[in-house]
Design a protein around this ligand. Structure first.
Ligand SMILES: *[C@@H]1O[C@H](CO)[C@@H](O)[C@H](O)[C@H]1NC(C)=O
Ligand SMILES: *[C@@H]1O[C@H](CO)[C@@H](O)[C@H](O)[C@H]1NC(C)=O
Ligand SMILES: *[C@@H]1O[C@H](CO)[C@@H](O)[C@H](O)[C@H]1NC(C)=O
Length: 343
């Protein structure tokens, strides 16, 4: 046993010295808790990591021109394809689903000039800490609970951590696919018909799909419906965020620049306005001189982006599709709770 151990260390040392930027690679692996099953896999991951590293370095040389910088974060050993397969699993709202939803109408007479030029729901304690979805395609579940948390905090005056795992495990019968993806429409439908969603402390996140373990006693919030923003309308989206609270959104996150985003205003011309594939939560918006942005909460941990958040270009022709599948839950009157359909 001891001998094998020494041997493997010697082998590892010998091998690692033959890798390009070996020291940095070892540090990166240690920092992100990475280990690989075989030497072959390690070689392959290292090769991918070098390619990503070079891509990021080149981008950062022109970070001023781009308006944002990149970082070699915990996705550094994945190719775009591997990343997309695991993480870009948001399933677009179908036309049928869209037709079934009530479209948000900004209050009449309310035009863009009369809504605040900046909103940040984090400042009034309507947003819970950033989570890490881990090795599970559950962005839709985090987006869903985030929007309900916001509505509950703003309209009921209490901020609670709601259970994304509850959505992952239990909305499968409504059409979501657990860790393989889903959307917010289906998740809201589940929460509505289930008469609530559990508090995260009753139903903690595991990042693995299991059979539904919903506990009625753990219900921390309920909804009575959903509204959807007119497709592509960023003006309505802005008013909705200002008037109603955090809004669930989906974007095209398939560019390497997105997954390696570090800070600044993300502005990319190579993302699609229609092929949205990753769900997040809009918690506000703002502007710096000459540039409008959205403040978006992601579910890739606090070390990703700006403490887990990304600022995305706003009023740039619905860039990356941020206003393509935007929706939020409505809570209704307290008195109507008892008339909710029970399962
Ligand atoms: C929500 O969870 C965080 C940890 O992620 C904790 O610090 C916070 O107190 C929780 N909030 C509530 C209202 O339970
Ligand atoms: C954002 O826009 C508003 C309204 O045009 C302006 O008053 C404000 O100074 C801008 N903020 C920044 C930081 O440029
Ligand atoms: C939800 O409640 C609000 C306020 O009571 C009401 O206006 C709305 O029609 C309700 N929505 C549904 C789908 O029941």
């Amino acid at each position: 046993m001891g001998l094998l151990w020494v041997l493997s260390i010697l082998l590892g040392l010998a091998a690692s010295t033959s890798l390009e930027n070996a020291e940095e690679w070892q540090m990166w692996k240690a920092q992100h808790g990475k280990w690989y099953l075989s030497w072959g896999e390690e070689m392959e991951r290292h090769r991918v990591w070098l390619t990503n590293r070079e891509f990021i370095e080149n981008h950062n040389k022109k970070a001023d021109v781009h308006g944002y910088s990149l970082a070699l974060n915990h996705f550094g050993d994945l190719t775009d394809e591997q990343f997309a397969e695991k993480y870009l699993t948001y399933r677009r709202i179908t036309r049928r689903q869209r037709r079934a939803l009530v479209q948000y109408q900004p209050p009449s007479g309310l035009v863009r000039d009369s809504v605040p030029y900046e909103v940040d729901w984090r400042k009034v304690n309507a947003v819970t800490p950033v989570q890490d979805q881990g090795w599970c395609g559950s962005s839709y579940a985090f987006s869903t609970v985030g929007a309900i948390e916001g509505a509950w905090a703003i309209k009921r005056g209490s901020l609670r951590n709601l259970s994304a795992q509850n959505i992952v495990d239990c909305s499968v019968m409504y059409g979501n696919l657990g860790c393989l993806g889903g959307n917010m429409y289906t998740s809201y439908e589940y929460v509505y018909k289930n008469s609530g969603v559990d508090d995260a402390s009753y139903y903690p996140y595991t990042g693995v799909e299991s059979s539904c373990a919903f506990v009625k006693a753990g219900v921390a919030a309920r909804i009575n419906g959903t509204k959807i923003i007119q497709l592509g309308n960023e003006e309505d989206l802005q008013v909705a965020v200002a008037e109603e609270g955090p809004v669930s959104v989906a974007v095209d996150a398939s560019s390497s620049t997105f997954r390696f985003y570090q800070k600044g205003i993300y502005d990319s011309s190579d993302c699609s306005r229609l092929k949205v594939n990753h769900a997040m939560l809009l918690v506000g918006y703002g502007n710096i001189t000459y540039q409008d942005y959205w403040i978006v909460k992601n579910s890739w941990g606090e070390s990703w982006g700006m403490d887990g958040y990304i600022l995305m270009a706003r009023n740039m022709y619905n860039q990356c599709g941020i206003a393509t599948d935007a929706s939020y839950p409505t809570l209704g009157q307290r008195s109507s709770w008892s008339s909710f359909p029970q399962i």
